[in-house]
Design a protein around this ligand. Structure first.
Ligand SMILES: Cc1cc2nc3c(=O)[nH]c(=O)nc-3n(C[C@H](O)[C@H](O)[C@H](O)COP(=O)(O)OP(=O)(O)OC[C@H]3O[C@@H](n4cnc5c(N)ncnc54)[C@H](O)[C@@H]3O)c2cc1C
Length: 416
């Protein structure tokens, strides 16, 4: 008997095409190392600093890492004696920076390209509930500064056990394989990619089978990065973070960002095109062919635009960024993980919390959060990476949501 489902509403992300993200989170390419993250975050002379998740040496790709880096950049500006600061970007790093500067009674203005705050935390309303199309979890919960804020604001959080997903199709990979993978990646040559290590290993995969190794790599590395394995650094491309006490926020990240933004001066729809440094200050400029240029002078600027946005030259720096910063940008990058939120009239899947679906092709992988606990309406949040994105993320959002629903429905065991 096939399962009947009634979709009440859906939402679909497009991080890969988003001009202000150009991908999901930062990653280290085969010629890079965590040193590139540190180099990118070093002050540029006395007036400019790049912050954002990509500059955190150990908590990159996560909201609390971004927030910490924003605050570190703000502390630098305060220490340098700057009193008027522009922050570029109203994501977690920008909000963290501006909050601290504002708490010190300094003049701070955020210029944000989008018409909303939050950056890669992106709240969305679906069928009367609030969910996330960007960041979902507070990772590394016990040591997460944003988790402490969520507690202070009285937000409800729900635990996800990433170490024990229900595998709906395909087989689980064996428990001990992760240690072996990590050991092999750590022992790789400095410029080796993850694909290089796999090619070698698969010639003699024992004690595992080739299929088991592939299953681990697809489920953990492809899903955690969304990047080609031939580009990712073997030593540094598979960074930790997931599976360390993660909890999602019922009602979404928006509840945090709205608190953080309270009272701040935020100019939305203010894309920064150019940043000019002079002896007596720094100018941020938006060029507009119709309205002309708008600009603001400041003592210092903190830039939180994502790595691929900076690497694409979306902001022109005059003088250009120093060589170590440009080299770091060329060695870092971002992958693509997309999400879909699906709300149903009835639950048609077994209760567990987190699910993994392999197939139909080996490299097609999706993971699913049961977000019903948000408000009681049966809700799934699907995460897609790898080869799925080529076939699934085409057509309208409704078509994508319908296809995603089919993938999950087909994976759920039929009722007897
Ligand atoms: C699908 C997905 C799932 C994720 N899941 C998690 C998770 O579960 N847990 C977790 O911790 N992290 C997760 N992340 C990562 C997390 O969202 C990011 O690491 C974090 O939000 C980055 O914050 P940021 O401030 O560094 O950058 P952003 O949030 O990208 O903020 C930068 C801001 O700068 C703006 N901007 C860019 N260019 C310009 C310009 N020229 N002028 C003005 N403004 C500009 C952008 O619009 C943006 O608002 C996820 C990300 C994605 C995409």
């Amino acid at each position: 008997m096939s399962i009947k489902v009634t979709l009440l509403g859906s939402a679909v992300s497009h991080w890969g095409e988003d001009p202000w993200a150009r991908g999901s989170w930062s990653l280290i390419g085969r010629h890079g190392s965590p040193q590139d993250r540190i180099a990118l975050g070093m002050p540029v002379h006395d007036r400019l600093r790049i912050a954002g998740e990509a500059t955190h040496p150990t908590r990159a790709g996560m909201t609390h890492g971004a927030f910490e880096q924003g605050r570190a950049a703000a502390a630098w500006a305060i220490e340098r004696g700057h009193t008027e600061i522009v922050v570029v970007g109203a994501g977690m790093a920008g909000l963290g920076a501006a909050r601290l500067l504002d708490d010190h009674w300094l003049e701070v203005e955020i210029w944000e390209a989008r018409d909303r705050i939050g950056g890669r935390t992106a709240g969305v309303e679906v069928a009367g509930g609030a969910f996330d199309l960007g960041a979902n979890w507070l990772q590394q919960y016990d040591e997460n500064v944003l988790a402490r804020l969520a507690e202070r604001f009285g937000l409800r959080t729900v635990v996800t056990d990433f170490t024990d997903p229900m595998v709906l199709t395909g087989e689980r990979f064996p428990g001990g394989i992760e240690d072996d993978v990590r050991k092999r990646l750590a022992a790789a040559a400095p410029d080796a990619s993850i694909a290089d290590v796999l090619d070698d290993w698969l010639r003699e995969p024992a004690p595992w089978s080739a299929a088991e190794i592939h299953r681990f790599v697809d489920a953990e590395i492809v899903m955690d990065t969304g990047a080609p394995l031939s580009w990712l650094s073997a030593r540094h491309g598979f960074e930790p973070g997931v599976g360390e006490g993660d909890r999602w926020i019922a009602g979404g990240y928006r509840l945090l960002t709205e608190h953080l933004a309270k009272g701040l001066r935020i100019r939305l729809d203010r894309r920064v095109d150019r940043i000019l440094v002079a002896d007596d200050g720094i100018l941020v400029i938006k060029d507009d062919p119709v309205l002309g240029e708008s600009s603001k002078r400041a003592d210092a600027v903190i830039v939180t635009a994502p790595v691929p946005v900076l690497a694409a030259g979306a902001i022109a720096f005059d003088p250009p960024l120093p060589e170590p910063h440009r080299a770091a940008l060329s060695r870092l990058g971002a992958g693509r993980v997309e999400k879909v939120v699906l709300r149903f009239a009835e639950r048609f899947w077994p209760e567990h919390g987190y699910y993994r679906v392999h197939g139909p092709a080996d490299t097609c992988i999706s993971e699913w959060l049961d977000a019903t606990a948000a408000d009681g309406t049966p809700t799934l949040v699907g995460l897609f990476a790898g080869d799925w994105l080529d076939t699934l993320w085409t057509g309208t959002d409704e078509q994508i949501a319908a296809r995603a629903t089919e993938i999950f429905r087909n994976a759920v065991p039929a009722p007897r």
